[in-house]
Design a binder for this molecule. Structure first.
Ligand code: PLP
Length: 410
């Protein structure tokens, strides 16, 4: 039911979907890279900039109060949306990359020592690999990857073995893979990591726009998300950290906002969450991310999940009819991401021909080069990724356009 009604119900909220590209109606299938913005988000940001812009927290005047309330309102909405136990557990960041770097630099530098291990998976985005490589190089620690199976699911046996063998200090994994679509069993992975005595960090970049999230039920220590994939603006995201772990963690960036008192005899730091938020933040971004979350909840996150699950099944079936085409990532539990390769053809050439027909898809390694190496996909994949506004008919048209592109190149 949701499958036929959801996209029609929300498409009017997205003015960009009415535009043409190269004289053809736009079919936007690059949502895993960045989702389009509903009018409420566009207007909410404009309203702040036009009517109540001021710096937050430190002003006694009316506009500063309005801006502070709206920005802190965004934080409350994120906290409620992922079921954090309070707003002090939500740190605004510039995105997921920034959030993971914060943990690597603040928690990692304070807790990792020579010989330690950080365990990640081979399906991680570079954002959950490189910050760990950087801090591990500094500390004489190592980053160890857990294997991914042929169907794009995590090798749970290898995960258990690695936990036992390496006794990692921290385990990091994606909630949902941006390249394979695989939804990882995050509660199970967290429980196993905790049993092994590790701190857990979940990269929820691809989960926030598609799935209901409950960080308390999952039991993780850290959870990160990014606004622009969840119908919000770029340059804003969040780090959830359990209160105790954040309290024990030293700050990373220093400056205004993150201090209680500064003197040349010594500086004392602010409480949570401000201890980790130095300088003037992305105020309109925080406000608009809150509006994006309201939008998701207005549509209904369960309806979005059901819609995208149905779209993935439909896309798998329809693409399966094209000769020489192989879907990369066939886990039963997937978000709206379909990666594929076609025998003998370069994904970039196919992507370029699709663009000429109005279809926006992404090609390459999708910032998961170690995964591509592991799967032996030197040229990467062509990825179609869906959102609440994606229709079944758009997928059907994309399959026809892809067939045309394949025939042109053969
Ligand atoms: C799984 C995953 N992690 C992290 C990121 C990085 O997000 P951002 O660039 O918004 O920081 C992305 C973006 O592609 C992603 O898909």
């Amino acid at each position: 039911m949701a499958m036929t009604t959801l996209p029609e119900r929300v498409r009017k909220d997205f003015p960009i979907l009415d535009r043409e590209v190269h004289g053809k109606p736009l079919v936007y299938l690059d949502n895993a890279a960045s989702a389009q913005k509903p009018l409420a988000v566009i207007e909410g940001q404009r309203e702040y900039l036009a009517n109540y812009h001021a710096n937050i927290h430190r002003g006694a005047h009316h506009l500063a109060q309005l801006a502070t309330e709206a920005y802190e309102g965004g934080r409350s909405k994120i906290a409620a949306h992922i079921n954090a136990s309070g707003t002090e557990e939500i740190i605004f960041t510039a995105g997921s990359t920034d959030a993971i770097n914060l943990v690597a630099q603040a928690w990692g530098r304070a807790n990792l020592t020579s010989g330690d291990t950080v365990l990640v998976t081979r399906m991680e985005h570079h954002a959950n690999i490189v910050p760990w490589q950087m801090v591990c190089a500094e500390k004489g620690a190592q980053v160890v990857p857990v294997n991914v199976l042929e169907d794009g699911t995590l090798d749970l046996d290898d995960y258990r073995r690695a936990l036992e063998q390496h006794q990692p200090k921290l385990v990091g994994f994606v909630h949902a893979s941006n390249t394979l679509g695989t939804i990882n069993p995050v509660s199970e992975l967290t429980a196993l990591a905790k049993k092994a005595g590790a701190v857990t960090l979940i990269d929820g970049s691809q989960a926030v726009p598609h799935l209901a999230i409950d960080v308390q039920a999952i039991g993780c220590d850290f959870y990160v998300g990014t606004g622009h994939k969840a119908y919000g603006p770029t340059g804003i995201g969040f780090l959830f950290g359990r209160r105790e772990i954040l309290e024990a963690m030293p700050p990373w960036r220093g400056g205004g906002e993150m201090i209680k008192r500064v003197s040349f005899d010594g500086t004392t730091y602010n409480g949570l969450p401000h201890k980790f938020e130095a300088g003037t933040p992305h105020i309109s971004g925080g406000i608009a991310l809150g509006i994006a979350i309201d939008w998701i909840n207005g549509v209904g996150v369960e309806a979005i999940t059901a819609h995208e699950t149905a779209l993935v099944q439909h896309a798998h079936a329809a693409l399966g009819t094209l000769p020489g085409l192989r879907i990369i990532g066939t886990a039963t539990e997937k978000v709206g991401v379909v990666s594929l390769v076609v025998d003998g053809l370069h994904p970039y050439d196919l992507g370029t021909l699709l663009d000429g027909q109005g279809f926006a898809v992404r090609t390459g390694h999708h910032c998961t080069e170690p995964l591509m190496d592991h799967l032996g996909l030197e040229s990467g994949t062509l990825r179609m990724s869906f959102a609440a506004y994606t229709t079944r008919e758009e997928i059907d048209r994309a399959v026809i356009a892809l067939e045309r592109a394949i025939n042109m190149l053969r």
